[in-house]
Write a protein that binds this ligand. Structure first.
Ligand SMILES: O=C(O)CCC(=O)C(=O)O
Ligand SMILES: [Fe+2]
Length: 321
């Protein structure tokens, strides 16, 4: 139980059903044992990753005042720049030593959900950098498609229709996040949390991490093990909504990021979350007499908002108004 599985998902892009089944089995096994795995053989090109990473570095190097022009704390729909210490993932530790950029599905001002002031709905807020907006919007769509391919493979083992997730991921509230972790400078501050220990909130997360390292995953014995960067892969993990959907058959596993020593770290998680009104309730195949549903039914939006309120002080303040 000391290293995460690496799964080649390229057969999901061919049409041999038996190869599809074999990938689905590997994913199922990893979701039950770990809730974490690496994927290789995915269609996101190295050139794309380099372009997005270059833009991320350009953005985070801007003066703070410039970045704060798209301050996430001034929105109600979770878009834009989060300065260092805006988020506190582990309530037992200081706020996270990281800065972030978040974007979602761009909805124009005349979209019915925006007119109705639905939470998490609205336009993206991009920085004014040449080439940024079309690149990030395209990358968001491609990451969404990759997430849905993995979810489709997961339906085989979960005993649900092949299009179960596709029908629920119309106009999703998925988030593409860029993260910069500033370095710590002494080994003695080894417990400095770039991202405090947490489980992810949503369905499935696909994470690109650069070469700096620092991501750790808690195994079933409670030990923190390294999830080192591996070229050409994404780290995939399940979030709490998937644990609830599957009645904990699939694990939502705690993880954290130790701040890099002397170097900057950049990462880009894509959090795949369904349409905000989606009911998150125990799947029929994940319950029986001995295993009744453990969690009450909730909706995607309700659940996400409660988790945001746990980790963002500004969100609690907004709700108090
Ligand atoms: O940056 C990383 O490697 C992980 C970030 C993470 O776990 C998160 O943002 O939920
Ligand atoms: Fe996470």
């Amino acid at each position: 139980m000391n290293s995460l599985p690496i799964i080649d998902i390229s057969p999901l892009y061919g049409d041999a059903p038996s190869a599809w089944q074999s990938v689905a089995n590997q994913i199922d096994q990893a979701c039950r044992q770990w809730g974490f795995f690496y994927i290789k053989g995915h269609p996101i090109s190295p050139a794309r990753i380099t372009q997005v990473l270059d833009q991320a570095q350009r953005f985070f190097r801007l003066p703070v005042a410039e970045k704060l022009k798209i301050d996430i704390t001034q929105t109600r729909h979770h878009r834009g720049y989060g300065a260092v210490a805006t988020e506190q993932l582990d309530p037992a530790k200081p706020s996270d030593l990281k800065e972030t950029f978040d974007m979602g599905l761009h909805l124009p001002a005349d979209h019915p959900d925006v007119l109705a002031h639905k939470p998490l709905r609205g336009p993206n807020r991009h920085p004014d950098l040449a080439g940024w907006e079309p690149l990030m919007e395209q990358h968001y769509r491609d990451m969404q498609a990759l997430a849905q391919t993995l979810l489709r493979a997961m339906t085989l083992a979960l005993g649900i229709e092949r299009d179960f997730f596709d029908t629920r991921f119309t106009e999703p509230v998925s988030v593409l996040r860029l993260i910069h972790y500033p370095p710590r400078h002494t080994a003695s501050s080894a417990e400095q949390q770039g991202a405090g220990a947490h489980t992810d909130y949503g369905c499935i997360t696909l994470l690109y991490q650069d070469a700096a390292g620092g991501l750790q995953v808690r195994n079933v014995n409670g030990q923190w093990i390294d999830a080192p960067p591996i070229d050409g892969t994404f780290v995939v993990n399940l979030g709490d909504m998937m644990a609830r959907w599957s009645n904990d058959r699939y694990l939502s596993t705690p993880h954290r990021v130790i701040s890099p020593l002397g170097v900057d770290r950049y990462s880009m998680p894509f959090f795949a979350e369904p349409h905000p009104d989606t009911l998150i309730q125990c799947l029929p195949g994940c319950q029986d007499e001995g295993h009744p549903p453990k969690y009450p039914t909730t909706t995607c939006a309700e659940f996400l908002l409660s988790r945001f309120a746990d980790t963002y002080a500004y969100r609690r303040e907004q709700q108090a108004v």
